[in-house]
Ligand binder design. Structure first.
Ligand code: PMP
Length: 453
């Protein structure tokens, strides 16, 4: 019964857990992009278990993934990665085929935080430098482990420990809050609502970002650096996109100073951005290290770091070990996820339905003064809420909560994020349809109307 479950959650689970909604959901089962609670109510899931159910749920998960897992379940669960088994070889062969040269060496891990920890460790050993550059005050999120906490922006995860433990990172200055330039400067089909026009405003702003990045590198880290880590689109920060050319230029500047470049693809990988399989490809760069998690296993706990053989060889001077990485169950699930994305055309669907949904939500932005920005790429969409378009002050958290609750009451689950908790995040399973997008827009509209009454 519901009350008992709630009591156990409060008594016996971490009190630091986030529990969504005033009346928390007790979920029963899932089917593709839909979730069902114990009372039989159906919800369209636009948050996908925090951007993780990449290919959809079929009772427990996508039918192909379920079939692969069931087959392996009866055979072999665990050997550790000190022995060979076909599933691990088959998986890394498939995965590396999707990555450009020279990214060909895979480390299988268990979570995004662990993957980013390992990426930092590798970069430091390879370069023999220490400092890491990240968007710590600009909305980056890379995990909640002691190492990665130092990279992460969102203050509430830090427990007052600004750098995490043992992680010296360099901050980029917090000059521009929130939005990175106008939408026409970030490859968006959405018309900009900013006052500036490209020739006068945003492009200059782009140059300013790059100059600022360069200044930061020169003044804050005059010595050589270990690395730079960035999400191709910032996820937890609410689908924040960099100005065009920014990452490419940033990679160049970092490499000039001896650092390696890490793309955190934990949210942007596996076709979610639509136009490309990996988010970094949308910036026309090839990173030195790529980290993967979330959508990699459609909810099965697994993650990965992929790097070049040069970096891997420098790391191989000593052993590196984890117990669960390359677990046979995880590998068959990972393989089936890759097959499902290819066979079901999910990257293309991300592009088509994502663009459609972005444009439909952008129409609401024109209608409601409290929608400040609708942005994103593929099925990674952010709706930034403001007090009004002129002030661009974040909508107060209580108002955000009210709209969010209204959506849930009408059968729509969406995420939240942003440095000020001011952005709704839409990142559904990639099997979502245009009809679902229409439903989402309709519910969101009604949720806003109810809130504004
Ligand atoms: N990187 C990014 C971009 C993320 O969004 C997250 C999780 N929100 C992480 C890393 C950390 O992943 P995990 O929670 O699996 O440790």
């Amino acid at each position: 019964p519901y009350e008992h479950m709630l009591k156990i959650r409060k008594q016996n689970l971490s009190p630091a857990l986030l529990t969504c909604y005033k009346k928390p959901l007790l979920l029963h089962q899932g089917h593709m992009q839909w979730l069902f609670d114990y009372e039989g109510r159906r919800y369209l899931d636009l948050f996908a278990g925090i951007v993780t159910v990449s290919v959809g749920l079929f009772l427990t998960t996508h039918r192909k993934v379920t079939a692969a897992a069931q087959k392996q379940l009866g055979r072999l669960w665990h050997t550790s990665n000190i022995y060979m088994h076909p599933s691990i070889q088959e998986y890394v062969e498939k995965l590396t085929a999707l990555l450009p040269d020279p990214l060909k060496v895979v480390y299988l891990t268990n979570s995004g935080s662990e993957a980013n920890d390992l990426a930092m460790f590798m970069a430091r050993l390879y370069t023999r430098n220490f400092d890491f550059i990240c968007f710590r005050h600009r909305g980056g999120y890379h995990g909640a482990s002691p190492y990665t906490l130092g990279l992460t922006s969102i203050g509430s995860y830090k427990h007052g420990v600004a750098n995490g433990f043992g992680c010296q990172t360099t901050m980029l200055p917090d000059v521009f809050r929130g939005l990175w330039g106008g939408s026409h400067c970030r490859d968006s089909p959405v018309q900009t609502i900013r006052k500036c026009s490209c020739s006068q405003g945003c492009c200059e702003a782009n140059d300013r970002y790059i100059e600022q990045f360069n200044d930061t590198l020169s003044t804050c880290v005059p010595k050589a650096i270990a690395g730079f880590i960035a999400e191709p689109i910032q996820g937890v920060n609410g689908a924040v996109q960099y100005p065009k050319r920014f990452l490419k230029e940033a990679f160049r500047l970092v490499r000039e100073r001896g650092g390696v470049c890490v793309a955190d693809e934990v949210q942007t990988g596996f076709g979610r951005t639509g136009s490309h399989f990996w988010g970094f490809q949308t910036h026309d760069v090839v990173p030195d290290i790529v980290t993967l998690a979330k959508g990699i296993g459609n909810g099965f706990p697994m993650a990965a770091v992929i790097t070049t053989s040069e970096i891997a060889n420098s790391f191989a001077q000593n052993l590196h070990f984890n117990t669960f990485g390359g677990n046979p169950m995880a590998c068959v699930v990972g393989s089936a996820v890759l097959d499902a994305i290819a066979e079901d055309g999910l990257q293309k669907n991300s592009e088509e339905v994502g663009t459609y949904m972005l444009l439909e939500f952008a129409k609401l932005r024109d209608e409601f003064e409290i929608i400040g920005d609708v942005r994103g790429k593929g099925l990674m969409i952010g709706i930034e809420m403001v007090k009004n378009k002129d002030s661009r002050q974040p909508l107060p958290v209580e108002e955000m909560s009210q709209i969010w609750e209204n959506c849930k009451d009408m059968g729509l689950l969406i995420g939240r994020g942003g440095l000020y908790n001011q952005t709704f995040r839409l990142k559904p399973p990639m099997c979502i349809t245009k009809q679902d997008a229409d439903f989402a827009v309709k519910v969101f509209h009604a949720a806003l109307m109810r809130h504004l009454q």
